[in-house]
Design a binder for this molecule. Structure first.
Ligand SMILES: NC(=O)c1ccc[n+]([C@@H]2O[C@H](COP(=O)([O-])OP(=O)(O)OC[C@H]3O[C@@H](n4cnc5c(N)ncnc54)[C@H](OP(=O)(O)O)[C@@H]3O)[C@@H](O)[C@H]2O)c1
Length: 251
């Protein structure tokens, strides 16, 4: 899809986990429609490769080395963003991990880690950023959920339920702010099926899906959905679930 290159001019967008995959594609796509793109992740070298690429193509960007599960780091990043930009218009809660195993073979530490990164951290970011959006009377939160949020996936019980909790928290707070009359603050969740990224390369079901003729979504498909949900033209769209489930029926 081609969006007008000034569609999100002067909008400040924070994308978590943007060193690769869906987050990176989303950062590039938001920069291409003139948003000011703030990215975070744990790998400084990979982060700066993304900011270099955005800057080289004329985009505006800034990077923070930040582990989203470390709330002191998150608080420092948010304070700095507010000091520099004075606002946050778009939050893309994208950082996430997946670990697959039968539920009774899964290491408990891995289960805790999945919930920390996929559920607690994005909820903390909403908890901190939604009040800012309410105050500035403008904002879009876009959570990257999963098809697993709507149908629990065998072999991915912790992952599915972490994403399901994120989806429901987003729905609830989105409804709360709407009902309080803040009709320019939106919370929506994109639930992708399999997407061709590093994460999915490690999936036990990858070959099965591909051999069955199921194709994968591209990172650009998901990035385009983020842009679509970030536009003011969709000012009445909140609490939505955007399901992009190519290949999912083979799971
Ligand atoms: N690929 C799929 O099939 C698929 C399907 C449905 C939903 N999703 C969801 O889409 C999102 C992106 O997935 P992807 O496929 O693009 O995965 P990916 O290629 O593995 O990328 C994950 C990103 O998250 C970052 N990240 C992980 N833990 C982090 C932490 N604690 N703090 C900050 N950043 C962290 C990683 O950066 P660093 O490691 O450099 O910190 C990386 O940039 C995830 O939420 C995932 O659950 C993916």
């Amino acid at each position: 899809m081609v969006f007008k290159d000034t569609l999100l001019k002067d909008e400040v967008a924070l994308i978590t986990g943007a060193t690769r995959g869906i987050g990176r594609a989303t950062a590039m796509a938001l920069a291409s429609v003139s948003a000011e793109v703030i990215i975070c992740g744990r790998n400084a070298v990979a982060l700066h490769a993304v900011t270099d690429e955005i800057t080289a193509s004329g985009g505006k960007t800034r990077a923070y080395v930040c582990d989203v599960t470390d709330f002191e780091q998150v608080d420092r990043m948010l304070a700095d963003i507010i000091q520099v930009y004075k606002k946050i218009d778009i939050l893309v809660n994208n950082a996430g991990i997946s670990k697959e195993a039968p539920f009774d073979e899964m290491n408990w530490k891995d289960i805790e880690q999945i919930f920390k990164i996929n559920q607690t951290a994005p909820i903390y970011l909403m908890y901190k950023i939604l009040p800012i959006m309410v105050q500035q009377k403008h904002g879009h939160v876009i959570n990257i959920g999963s098809g697993g949020a709507v149908r629990g996936l065998p072999g991915s019980a912790a992952y599915s339920s972490s994403k399901s909790g994120l989806l429901k928290y987003g729905e609830a707070v989105g409804d709360e702010v709407w009902k309080r009359g803040h009709h320019h603050v939106h919370v929506n969740t994109i639930c992708p099926g399999p997407v061709d990224t590093e994460m999915f390369k490690k999936s036990a079901v990858r070959e099965f899906i591909l051999q069955g003729g199921g194709d994968l979504s591209t990172t650009e498909d998901i990035a385009n959905a983020v842009i679509w949900l970030s536009t003011e033209k969709l000012s009445g769209v909140t609490n939505s679930q955007t399901l992009i489930l190519r290949g999912f029926n083979r799971w």
